[in-house]
Ligand binder design. Structure first.
Ligand code: F0G
Length: 460
């Protein structure tokens, strides 16, 4: 008999402990979302059936992570849990200094408090919302320089997270003294979860060297990025993911990190770097608001869970399932005629709401319209990544974002294929009624990060 080949990529785990879902009706959800000012961040999680708002901190920990919690040592200073954590980080990213923080944005705040400030310019392939907000909060300017292919949702260019190197070079040439560092977000979350190629990272490194600038990674989804390099970049197909991660790390001078993504934590983050003086200044700020440098706002048990998560995330069986199951959702939506950002990345599927709802102009938030309709129809919570999130400039004026996307982010190891089949049905239902969806207007908003708390009203 020939060795069988299987089309089905199964979840490479079995379920060890379960959490009930609360079934709700469309009527109940209509009331809940109205109460929340049509803002899904304000909906109670109890009223959500399948929560694809984010892949951040929402994944299932493994048996070995729960066991690792028991090793947590809660000493204020010098806890052994810190050294377990530091060594696990360094096994992948061998930076001299590893500074724990309570989550990624705390690492960003500290780094940009030291390196940012009025008149400074920070280039990135695409800043995530908190990264941009933390840069701007210091008075610096955040500039996105992703490759032009990234602006075409239908282009299937394999590395739409790459930096536009000539644009970076032009910026550094013109503003050499104003740029304190160059950032690269892997994978590029705001641009559709798209990977960055090693070839591009190398070219960015060369430019940074020429101008004497440090290169920092925003490495939240580094393992997914490394897997996509293995799948898509010539020359890397037979390599171990850990080896690819080492290649990435060797090109950088430091990193900011959210341990709520690929490190499989429910909380946590870190800042790492080689520069002793920069590390000293960062630790000084850390102590002010996060905590002593061997816990940085985390419990010892959190550090242990993240260390174990880092060991698990680079397993090929896990990454193959992770990337394949995300692609399954994307391909199924596409087959149903729903425009989806191409190619599908690692952690999420991004529906192109602007293409799907051409009758709703960007300043009436087509992404918000789709996200609210999907919640009402199926209890599926998604996240607008478009004009609501990025349309408000620091001076208060409003412009359409580059794209109006709705992200269906997939928590790690949490939902099964039948959950995804249900999500696909719910999306099909909304798509079938797309011409009846209406736009929204904002009736109340804060000056920054408005998507978290703004209140909306449907138009008409
Ligand atoms: N950088 C990127 C690329 C991110 O995706 C996130 C968080 C952060 C930084 C900040 O990390 O949440 O630990 O403070 N992204 C989550 C999301 C919130 O839903 O995409 P954090």
């Amino acid at each position: 008999m020939d060795a069988p080949t299987f089309r089905t990529i199964i979840e490479p785990f079995r379920i060890h402990s379960v959490e009930p879902l609360r079934m709700t009706t469309p009527q109940h959800r209509r009331e809940a979302v109205q109460e929340a000012g049509f803002n899904l961040f304000q909906v109670h999680a109890q009223d959500v059936l399948i929560d694809l708002l984010t892949d951040s901190g929402t994944g299932a920990m493994s048996r070995d992570q729960w066991a690792a919690l028991q090793h947590g040592d809660e000493s204020y200073a010098g806890s052994p849990s810190f050294y377990v954590f530091r060594d696990a980080v360094r096994e992948l990213f061998p930076f001299e200094h590893v500074i724990p923080t309570h989550q990624g944005r705390a690492a960003e705040r500290i780094l940009f408090s030291v390196l940012g400030g009025p008149g400074r310019i920070v280039p990135n392939n695409t800043h995530f919302d908190t990264t941009r907000a933390n840069v701007e909060h210091t008075g610096a300017t955040a500039v996105d320089l992703v490759v032009p292919e990234a602006h075409d949702p239908a282009s299937s260019w394999p590395f739409k997270g790459d930096m536009d190197v000539p644009a970076l070079e032009a910026l550094l040439h013109e503003h050499t003294d104003e740029v304190p560092l160059v950032m690269m977000t892997i994978t590029n979350n705001s641009g559709g979860g798209q990977p960055v190629s090693l070839a591009n990272l190398r070219r960015v490194r060369e430019v940074c060297d020429r101008y004497g600038k440090p290169l920092f990674l925003d490495a939240c989804r580094f393992a997914e990025n490394a897997w996509l390099i293995r799948e898509r970049e010539p020359g890397w197909s037979g390599h171990d993911v850990t080896e690819i991660v080492h290649e990435i790390a060797a090109l950088a001078d430091g990193m900011t990190m959210s341990a709520k993504k690929d490190p499989m934590g429910n909380i946590g983050g870190w800042l790492a770097m080689d520069d002793d003086d920069l590390a000293r200044r960062c630790r000084e700020l850390l102590v002010l608001t996060e905590g002593f440098p061997t816990y940085g706002g985390l419990a010892g048990r959190d550090l242990e869970a993240v260390a174990q998560g880092l060991r698990e995330v680079v397993h090929h069986d896990y990454l193959r399932y992770r990337v394949r199951s995300t692609a399954y959702l994307g391909e199924s939506l596409l087959a149903a005629g729903i425009p989806v950002l191409q190619p599908v990345g690692g952690h999420a599927v991004y529906v192109d709401a602007r293409a799907m709802l051409p009758h709703i102009p960007p300043l009436q938030y087509p992404g918000q319209a789709f996200a609210v309709a999907l919640y009402e129809a199926g209890g599926v919570r998604s996240c607008e990544i478009g004009t609501v999130m990025f349309g408000r400039r620091p001076d208060g004026t409003e412009v359409p974002a580059a794209l109006d996307l709705v992200r269906l982010a997939i928590p790690r190891r949490t939902y099964t294929q039948s959950h995804m089949d249900y999500v696909i049905e719910a999306c099909r239902h909304v798509a079938a009624h797309a011409d009846r969806l209406v736009g929204y207007r904002i009736v109340d908003e804060p000056p920054t990060l408005r998507h978290f708390t703004a209140r909306f009203e449907p138009l008409e």
